[in-house]
Design a protein around this ligand. Sequence first.
Ligand code: FES
Length: 283
Amino acid sequence: MTEEDKVMEKVDQGEGAVGEAVEEVAPQDDFQPSIVGILCNWCSYAGADLAGISRIQYQPNIRVVRVMCSGRVDPQLVLYTLLDGTDGVIALGCHPGDCHYQSGNLEAREKFESLLMVLRNAGLDGRFKYEWVSASEGQLFAEVVGEFTDHIRSMGPSPVADSANLQFKLRAAQREMGDFRLRWLVGRQRQILEEGDAYGQERPRDEWEAVMEKVLRDEFIRAQIIEATIEEPASVEDMAEVIGVDSVEVFRHVQRLRYRGKVMMAGHRDQSPLYKATGVEVE
Ligand code: FES
């Protein structure tokens, strides 16, 4: 029986519990960050349980969400959690090659790398991290959680609740990551990197990352244009001010969105045309 099987047997018998694993550690600071940990059932959750069984202490700030595989973690879920004011989110999965569903963690890695770029674009860098922790790595689990907790503590509380601009950016990031074309592209990344693109052309990782960086930045601006014009029409200059990008670039993206049928003209103010998002329900 492998080490992992032994741990899973204990978990099944109820000998370990992630809740029990959370031991109080003396706070080094008044600020206690709220951290959501999204843990793969087969490796990291069992690793957390092993930490509990072994009485390994780790910082008590993490609240665990168990999923069957890290590949199941939707970037929109992470964005939603950060938008809700959580100080940090960490996703933990099986090591590459150990995923119980063959390649879920490899798919997750590509999604998480894209998510990190999106968060950088939104101005909320450093509050999401992903790592690999196996069922037999209780000590590593405690270290990873401890390091991330210290890192978030050093950054201070999430600025999202007090910043309308950050909330706007995160809503746009959610919208961006929900776009079906982008989801398709992000979902195809691994295949494109391993097997080449639709024309059989090889794509080196650094070259591909530069492409994704541009795509994610462009789509983020477009998502912000939609977000800024859902309720009220706005001019290109209005949008440029809200988004923080020059008006020539905003105009270029508005034309692309009009072509896609996502934005339409909605009158004029003085000499400037106004644009409004179309086909978007106001929540
Ligand atoms: Fe653990 Fe897929 S089963 S990452």
